[in-house]
Design a protein around this ligand. Structure first.
Ligand code: C2E
Ligand code: CA
Ligand code: CA
Length: 669
């Protein structure tokens, strides 16, 4: 049969065709539909008859589709047509049309072959297609293959990037970014993320074909095919160059001190961090104008440029080619490779080139600190901290000097900083511990109390003795946390001992700083309650310095009284080392006096000390106080103190501070 012969078919032919098929008349109106066709599209023959084909069936037919079919003398094939199913999903088919004659009338036989796998393409697929088209229309898009080669891009991308399709296709992803030599950290990060099958999103700088920078907000999405080689990466980009320019301007403003034009602390931090990274040696010179606010007041009425601007001019003149920053109102930093003697010469320079106010020289005094990298300190924060410590030292000595702290001072500063850092960790991890030192009651010959003493053996720093730890903790405010830790431990221990039948009071050291917290008494009482510890088992030791300060602060006295009412007793520690004022004896609820160990250590050396200690003991007892001698190391000392009528002793003679279990042994001995 020649392809050009019009085939005669019978009306039954349609029923025998194994494909979904229908017949059209020459006007494109449906005449007959077979069962398979009804099934494929979900409509009955009755519903479809007399309907024009285009509107009924094919939503994605090519233009002039019907005319093509009608005019053709031969069979035609249309691939990937989408047929709307009654239930609103799309069926993808190939359509084969063939002019025929049925009962003498020209018709067109239409057979539909569902495309590959005869899968149903549902609406969501169409949604995806629409979505994809939408993205390509509103963003710059670039598609990259699994090896990083550009395989597709849209017109918006070409416009911004100034590439032509011919040139850009087949280039690698690296060509779209600055430093195309494969060294761009961001591109590496993007590529790695995509290869981990994750989406990368962020603002990135790109370059046009001619190397012009532009900024985009990029979303890079990996898409997966059947095999790894089918993986593609779609870059969806929005041009944000204009926003970025504004942002950079703002950043610049944020980095500059508007009054002097010098960089500010934020910028300085970046600069210093970079210099440190590059291992560049320098001196960090911190200069602070003394009594600045008084000077400012004096200078306030002048029309001339401000004191600060004149000062900045002097700085720039003297420290040429050095980096300088304004840290705050009256503080400046100069980063310079110049030697110490030259830096210190700035004082003389200022005297020789004074700043004038109403024709008289302003008496400018500068306190300064020179800290060197890498000899003295190793980070921006450390340089700043060390500088502030230096300035404080200078100011204490009257100001108006530029000095460099000694190597030992820097070492000490660094140790302090390290201890601060480690202490915070130790507190969080409960790495501190408490030892107990017994007090021997001389009247009964029994151990009646112990003093709780904090111990800290840090992994990194080693053993940190209380005399180093406590001042640092007080300075940083961590003393409150040490205090509550020790109290908690002591209360728990007191309860254990009470239950085991030991009659032991626990004495705790406390710092005035802890009592400045208005909730100190409350939190102690809460600890007692939580641990089930009776108040009479706890004593609190305060120093004379504490007593003196408490005297002036009614809230401290109030808290002490509150604790006393609950049954806690107070001891005056280190008696004799503080201030010769006994007023606090009247004001504070003190019941115990602890004579400081310095007196006891010289007890046997002079008659005078003997009389002094004897006097102290009698003084305490006349006030109805229990008197304890601290630092007792020998039997001789003990005998003498017993003969004076001292109530109790504490010291190495009885025992060094020890673990709770050893205290129990001593108690039972
Ligand atoms: P302190 O309250 O006077 O404690 C007595 C100190 O003398 C303890 O030193 C103890 O080990 C030592 N000592 C005891 N007997 C003798 C002796 O016979 N001879 C000599 N030479 N020394 C003796 P430590 O434990 O180093 O404590 C030093 C200071 O640190 C304490 O002096 C106390 O003021 C403070 N401290 C210790 N633990 C705490 C605490 O938990 N909180 C507070 N706020 N301060 C504490
Ligand atoms: Ca003490
Ligand atoms: Ca003491």
């Amino acid at each position: 049969m020649s392809p050009f012969t019009i085939q005669q078919i019978s009306p039954e032919f349609l029923k025998q065709v194994p494909f979904p098929s229908f017949l059209l008349n020459r006007e494109g109106v449906v005449l007959h539909v077979n069962d398979a066709c009804e099934k494929l599209i979900g409509f009955s023959e009755h519903h479809l008859q007399e309907q024009p084909i285009q509107s009924t069936f094919f939503s994605t037919a090519p233009p002039r589709f019907l005319e093509l079919i009608m005019d053709s003398k031969d069979s035609l094939r249309f691939n990937e047509l989408q047929l709307s199913h009654k239930d609103d999903h799309l069926v993808s088919v190939s359509l084969l049309t063939k002019p025929c004659v049925v009962l003498g009338k020209p018709v067109i036989l239409c057979m539909m072959i569902p495309t590959e796998n005869s899968q149903l393409v549902d609406r969501s697929h169409q949604n995806l297609v629409d979505f994809y088209n939408g993205i390509h229309q509103s963003f710059m898009t670039v598609t990259i293959d699994h090896e990083g080669f550009i395989i597709h891009c849209n017109s918006d991308f070409l416009k911004t990037s100034q590439w032509t399709p011919k040139r850009v296709l087949g280039k690698t992803i690296w060509h779209l970014f600055p430093s195309a030599d494969g060294d761009n950290k961001i591109v590496k990060a993007i590529w790695k993320t995509l290869q981990n099958r994750q989406i990368w999103q962020g603002d990135v700088e790109k370059v046009t074909k001619n190397g012009q920078p532009y900024w985009v907000h990029l979303t890079a999405i990996p898409t997966f095919g059947a095999t790894p080689a089918d993986t593609q990466y779609i870059f969806i980009e929005k041009d944000i160059t204009a926003d970025k320019k504004i942002q950079l301007q703002l950043e610049k403003i944020a980095y500059i001190d508007t009054e002097t034009g010098l960089m500010n602390t934020h910028r300085l931090e970046h600069v210093i961090t970079d210099m440190i990274e590059e291992q560049r040696h320098f001196s960090f010179v911190y200069l602070s104008i003394d009594k600045f606010y008084t000077l400012k007041e004096l200078h306030a009425n002048t029309e001339e440029s401000s004191l600060i601007i004149d000062f900045t001019k002097r700085l720039k003149m003297y420290f040429q080619d050095s980096t300088m920053a304004r840290i705050n109102e009256n503080d400046f930093v100069v980063i310079t490779p110049l030697p110490e003697w030259f830096i210190q010469g700035f004082q003389t320079y200022l005297q020789q080139n004074p700043i004038y106010n109403n024709h008289s020289a302003v008496p400018l005094s500068i306190s300064g600190g020179i800290t060197r990298f890498p000899e003295d300190q190793h980070s921006f924060t450390q340089l700043m901290k060390a500088s502030l410590a230096t300035i404080a030292t200078v100011r204490e000595a009257g100001g108006n000097q530029i000095i460099a702290l000694s190597k030992t001072t820097h070492t000490a500063l660094n140790r302090k900083a390290l201890i601060e850092k480690r202490l915070l960790l130790a507190l969080n991890q409960q790495n501190l511990k408490v030892l107990y030192q017994p007090q021997l009651n001389l009247k009964t010959g029994k151990i009646s109390a112990v003093e709780a003493l904090v111990r800290w053996d840090d992994e990194e720093v080693g053993v940190i003795a209380p005399h180093e730890l406590i001042p640092i903790a007080e300075e940083t405010g961590l003393i409150n946390r040490i205090g509550s830790y020790v109290i908690e431990q002591a209360c728990q221990q007191a309860v254990i001992w009470q239950k085991a039948g030991f009659d032991l009071t626990i004495s705790i050291n406390s710092s005035v700083r802890e009592f400045r917290d208005k909730n100190m008494a409350k939190s102690i009482l809460q600890t007692l309650e939580r641990t089930g510890c009776p108040a009479h088992l706890i004593q609190i030791e305060i120093t004379e310095k504490f007593a003196l300060e408490a005297e002036a602060e009614t809230s401290i006295i109030k808290q002490m009284r509150q604790l006393e009412n609950e049954g806690i007793t107070f001891a005056l520690d280190d008696f004799g080392t503080g201030y010769a004022s006994f007023r606090y004896m009247q004001l504070l609820p003190i019941e115990i006096l602890k004579i400081d160990q310095t007196y006891i250590s010289s007890l046997l050396q002079s008659e005078k000390t003997k009389r002094l200690i004897d006097g102290m003991i009698h003084f305490g007892q006349s006030m109805n106080l229990t008197v304890i001698a601290e630092g007792v190391e020998t039997a001789e000392q003990k005998e003498l103190l017993t003969s004076y009528g001292c109530d109790a002793i504490q010291g190495f003679y009885v025992s060094k501070p020890a673990e709770a279990r050893e205290i129990e042994k001593l108690y039972q001995a």
